[in-house]
Structure formats: C-alpha cells, structure tokens
Ligand binder design. Structure first.
Ligand code: SAH
Length: 219
C-alpha cells in the first residue's frame, strides 16, 4: 500500500479542478455536479494518478489516453443529456466519460475495441455502483444496432467523417458529439443534431483525440 495524498491537499486539488473547468467554459450546473461526484483519480493508474486533477489528458492502458477534463466537460455539456436519455459512447477508454454520463442519463452503453479497457472500466462501474452502464467490446464504428436508436451519441476517438451507422442510429431530435479529422492533423469537435428533415452540423472547437481504429485490439 502506498500512502494516499493528504485529504486536505486532495480537497484543494478538487476545488481547483472544478474552478479550472468553469474557467474553460464548463458552466452547466448538472455537468459540474456530475464531474464533482466522479473521482478522476480512480480512472488513472500508477504514476499518473498524482496528476488526475490537472486539466490534461493522461496515458492509460493499451496506448490510449483519458481525455482532458475540460474537453470531457465541454463534450458532455454539448450533448445536453436528459434523465430519460439512452446514450451511446464509442471509446470507453478509462471509463471516466461514461461514469459522468451515467450521472445524467437513464442508460449508457459504452463500447471499446480493447477488451482489457472494457473489463477494467466495468470493474470500476461495479465498484462505484453505476448499474446503468453497459460495457461492450466491439468495433464501435458500427454502433450497436441491437440497442439502437439512441437519444445521444458521443465518440471519443477521431474519425475522418461521422460514421454512417452512428448517424443512422441517432433518433430524430437526437444529438451526437464527436471529433472529426485525421489523427495527425487538426481535428474539430462537431455537434450533429438530427431533425425530421436531416442532419445539422455545428463546429465547436479544435481538439486532439486518438484515432478511431478498425477492428478489435489484441489485449
Ligand atoms: N472516453 C475515454 C477516452 C477515450 S480514448 C475516457 O473517458 O477515458 C479513445 C478510445 O477509443 C480508446 O480507448 C480506443 O481504444 C477507443 N477506440 C478507438 N477506435 C475504436 C473503435 N473503432 N471502436 C471502439 N473503440 C475505439
């Protein structure tokens, strides 16, 4: 057992964490409350855990990253999740984003191509009593046809274009938030709103995400 950080120090770091979120544009009270409840420290392992309350992406297993908290906050805010919504997340990673969505939605399905990541995230969801999250190992580019349609879809890995199956699995009135662009270039976070007539696209900001990759990982 290693000694944890001083509790007072931890409280201070969490306060600064919330302050940083606000100052970077995360102002939705429900999103801030959800992010206050979910301890990012649980989703970051080893030497990086000490930096869990800093506003930066950090490495996780399988060569992936847990996103920067302010980006998690801005994406969650743009998704405008309601308590009756069913949400699909592509890119479970550490499970942090899904745990926040679980505070706001009725049900969350989260998909990753690495079995190791979905297994570890599912263990954390159990530990936290998040019974409304279902974790699935699959290539998320195809969505989840059996559970579709979804009120909200969030993709946390960058594709060159919004994957067709995900657009099809979005309910009319639904919102999808995702980064688009090549992995080594500037990507844009976009918000897609489906109406009865078609799709509206809004560009939110520049971001940098790991790429959406085909097929399953080997771990
Ligand atoms: N939302 C995560 C961060 C995700 S990093 C968090 O809160 O920690 C992006 C994740 O997308 C990685 O774990 C990667 O394995 C996953 N990913 C990439 N391509 C994918 C695909 N086709 N299907 C499912 N997951 C994919």
């Amino acid at each position: 057992m290693t000694e944890g950080p001083d509790p007072e120090d931890l409280a201070m770091r969490k306060m600064r964490f919330l302050f940083a979120l606000r100052s970077r544009g995360v102002t939705d009270a429900r999103v801030l409350t959800a992010m206050e409840k979910v301890d990012r420290g649980l989703f970051v392992k080893g030497i990086f855990a000490a930096r869990a309350y800093e506003d930066m992406p950090l490495p996780i297993a399988c060569g992936q990253t847990i996103s920067q908290p302010s980006v998690v906050g801005l994406m969650t805010q743009a998704l405008n999740v309601g308590p009756r919504d069913t949400v699909l997340e592509i890119g479970t990673g550490s499970g942090y984003q899904a745990a926040i969505l679980a505070q706001l939605a009725r049900r969350v399905y989260t998909v990753d191509r690495w079995r190791r990541l979905t297994r570890e995230a599912a263990a954390l969801f159990r530990q936290l009593g998040l019974v409304n999250v279902t974790t699935i190992t699959a290539d998320g580019s195809f969505g989840l046809p059996d559970q579709a349609p979804f009120d909200r879809i969030i993709v946390t890995a960058a594709a060159e274009d919004p994957p067709g199956p995900l657009l099809q699995q979005l309910k009319p009135g639904g919102i999808m938030v995702l980064p688009v662009g090549q992995s080594d270039a500037v990507q844009h976070l976009i918000k897609v709103t489906r109406s009865e007539k078609g799709f509206d696209y809004e560009e939110l900001r520049q971001v940098r995400f790991v790429p959406l990759v085909e097929g399953l990982g080997n771990e």
